[in-house]
Design a protein around this ligand. Structure first.
Ligand code: KMH
Ligand code: ZN
Length: 285
């Protein structure tokens, strides 16, 4: 058999969305000083990550004491800081921290992001509970469509894959009729961060799903990254999800994680997509 008769992998050549989640709500600045927690730091991070291959940024905002907040003026300030420094697609977290009330989480959309996360069900989150009751999920889905905000449905568990089908059946498609998903894997309380779990989740995604990425928390970052690449998925990386680059080696910066994802993508013959391609892919004009 000659090399020309070997079929190319199904994913070969497809552009790769890299989303960076630079901050999150769980890591303490005092423990990890390189975590971006101010508008200036996040703007600098955004520029570096864009240069390294990211097309979208998933933002959690911090206050002047570096604590997670859903304060609306601060959300607006962070969105503006990223927009002034890059053309990245700006996704705001509606998950916030496990302590944020549901009404404040709905108000995140008042900061006018391009995209927002919507988690498809309540999940044990370490010793805490990440609350996402069905009426809240439904209201967020409907509000995002009203406002023209493209959701990223975050699935922490296989049951949430099924819940997404139920949401779309009952309430229809989001803006642009594109359905973008992120599999969040390896949260203590959610699905495993393994290739087997990734394949099961990807296999069962509703047919309406038009794109999906995967995120591996902590040490599941690497298996989830290679699993997603080989299964035709996109990638989310960042210090929200891991602050360890390798065993005993701290992450230096978010750009370091984006660079690694971009290099892995190139090995899989998938070049990082630009923000405009990402906008089209998730249903934004
Ligand atoms: N911080 C977690 C409790 C999201 O951004 O929508 C929820 C989270 C998911 O990070
Ligand atoms: Zn998040």
């Amino acid at each position: 058999m000659t090399s020309t008769s070997v079929p190319a992998p199904a994913t070969s050549g497809e552009p790769l969305l890299i989303t960076v989640a630079p901050t999150g709500a769980e890591i303490d600045k005092a423990d990890v000083p390189q975590l971006p927690t101010t508008p200036e730091e996040v703007a600098r991070t955004a520029v570096e990550c864009r240069e390294a291959g990211a097309a979208m940024i998933h933002l959690h905002v911090r206050d002047s004491e570096h604590r997670p907040t859903l304060d609306l003026p601060l959300l607006k300030e962070w969105v503006a800081a990223v927009r002034e420094s890059t053309d990245l697609v700006v996704q705001l977290s509606t998950g916030g921290s496990v302590h944020d009330p549901l009404d404040k989480r709905l108000q995140v959309l008042d900061a006018e992001p391009d995209s927002c996360s919507i988690t498809m069900g309540t999940t044990n989150f370490g010793d805490e509970v990440f609350l996402n009751p069905w009426p809240f999920v439904r209201d967020l889905h409907l509000l995002a469509r009203d406002r023209g905000v493209a959701p990223e449905y975050e699935l922490f568990d296989l049951g949430q894959v099924h819940a997404l089908q139920r949401l779309l059946d009952q309430h229809g498609l989001p803006v642009g009729e594109r359905v973008h998903v992120d599999l969040v894997m390896g949260v203590p309380g959610g699905m495993n961060g393994t290739t087997d779990a990734l394949v099961a989740a990807a296999r069962d995604l509703p047919p309406a799903v038009t794109s999906w990425s995967a995120t591996g928390i902590g040490r599941s970052t690497i298996p989830v990254m290679f699993g997603a690449l080989s299964r035709g998925g996109h990638l989310r990386v960042g210090m929200e999800d891991t602050v360890t680059y390798a065993r005993g080696v701290a992450v230096r910066s978010n750009a370091q994680l984006v660079e690694r994802a971009a290099r892995a993508g190139v090995l899989a013959q998938r070049s990082p997509m630009a923000p405009d391609e990402a906008r089209a892919m998730i249903g934004l004009r």
